[in-house]
Design a protein around this ligand. Structure first.
Ligand code: PLP
Length: 394
């Protein structure tokens, strides 16, 4: 097998040809610093302002509410620390989040917890859903921020963001959502969703790595994060990643075109993969079957070890993940899978395949065939599997 089958689009995506073509002029011809007044700099400036329009349009925001950053992680850090430090000035030191957030959120909140903030980590149900009532009950007059992800990067569950946003708006609490897995993948509208701040990242929808954006609703006051020059309306210092930003604008525009139609086909591919893999004995689907990202498949196989599965899939030319890219490499089971109630052994045997529109039905057939072979092979040599089967025969 020479060709590589890429099914790890939740980790990152390739830069599309159209995005690359849009970016290229800004490395050489239009290389000027956007803060200068000569034409060369103005060309760069208009590239950025055009991208700002594209991003604003894609999520239903105003241009002045879009701030470019260096990545999704920076957007999350800025939103959370910025709201926390603004909150403390008003005597508010409480933050609400969930147990299944990306580490960009969880570790930021942990940092604040170590520095005097009270944090509530909300539980999720067995499908990874947060109950909006739990958010409501957790809010106190000390709450500075609620931060809940739009869609989970591991199990694909889409959270009830609109309902949570409504509660926060009624209670007058700032609501941030990490929408890095959602924007460009499902329709997102900051007004309908009652969101105050939203993080997104270009490389998850065929833009370049190292560029993201934070939406901050007009009127929402948070502290700045990067101190320095007057860029981004004096809110995010540092010379802009012009080519990256231009690419982000192009990528979000393309990703959001006919998104519902594209998702019909993508979710058919996803469902085929899920249905076929669930035919393997003692397998289970992780995440909500219906409220699910159109490209996400996450399945656990009892009696096997996810890392071995990934290595053998790699030998078959298939790129996949066992949890999130951040947790592979460590042997701790995914905090998301534990939060939805999986025991350690089962959490260890899980596989995430994240599809995008480029994946074909033929690729899905091949992956199903290879996963079947590999799971059988690993189980044949697994003492754990032997014990599971014996237990069954008792
Ligand atoms: C990828 C990801 C991030 C981090 O974005 P970067 O641009 O890679 O820093 C944050 N949150 C979620 C949900 C993600 O999937």
């Amino acid at each position: 097998m020479e060709k590589i089958i890429y099914m790890d689009n939740a980790a990152t995506t390739s830069v599309s040809d159209d995005v690359l073509s849009a970016m290229l002029p800004y490395f050489k011809g239009k290389f000027g610093n956007p803060s200068t007044i000569y034409s060369l700099g103005k060309d760069a400036r208009s590239g950025i302002e055009n991208a700002r329009k594209q991003v604003a349009k894609a999520i239903g925001a105003k241009e002045k509410e879009i701030f470019f950053t260096s990545c999704g992680t920076e957007s999350d850090n800025w939103a959370i620390k910025g709201a926390a430090f603004a909150g403390i000035k008003k005597g508010k030191n409480h933050i609400i989040t969930s147990k299944i957030e990306h580490h960009a959120v969880l570790h930021t909140v942990n940092y604040l917890a170590k520095n005097g903030f009270d944090v509530t980590y909300l539980d999720v149900d067995h499908n990874g859903l947060i109950n909006p009532e739990d958010v409501k009950n957790a809010i106190t007059d000390k709450t500075a921020l609620v931060t809940i992800m739009y869609a989970n990067n591991e199990i694909g569950t889409i959270e009830p963001i609109k309902e949570i946003g409504k509660i926060c708006r009624e209670k007058g609490v700032i609501f941030h959502t990490d929408a890095v897995q959602a924007v460009g993948h499902i329709p997102v509208n900051v007004l309908e969703d009652n969101v105050d701040m939203l993080s997104l990242s270009a490389h998850k929808f065929h833009g370049a790595k190292g560029v993201g954006a934070l939406y901050i609703r007009s009127g929402v006051r948070i502290e700045t994060f990067m101190e320095g020059g007057a860029q981004e309306n004096k809110k995010r210092a540092g010379t802009e990643n012009v080519a990256g930003i231009v690419g982000l604008g192009k990528a979000i525009e393309i990703a959001c075109e006919n998104i519902e139609e594209k998702n019909k086909i993508l979710s058919q591919k996803r469902d085929k993969l899920i249905d076929e893999l669930l035919k393997i004995e003692r397998s289970r689907l992780n995440g909500d079957r219906v409220r699910r990202l159109p490209g996400n498949v996450n399945i656990s196989f009892e009696g096997i070890e996810g890392e071995s599965l990934l290595l053998l899939l790699n030998m078959a030319g298939i790129c996949a993940s066992s949890g999130s890219a951040c947790t592979s490499g460590s042997l701790d089971p995914s905090h998301v899978l534990l939060a939805i109630g999986l025991v350690h052994e089962i959490a260890h045997g899980s596989l995430r395949l994240s599809l995008d529109n480029n994946n074909t039905f033929e690729e899905i057939d091949y992956v199903v065939q290879e996963v079947n072979k590999i799971v059988k092979r690993l189980r044949d040599m697994s003492p754990l599997w032997e014990r599971i089967i014996k237990g069954e025969n008792k």
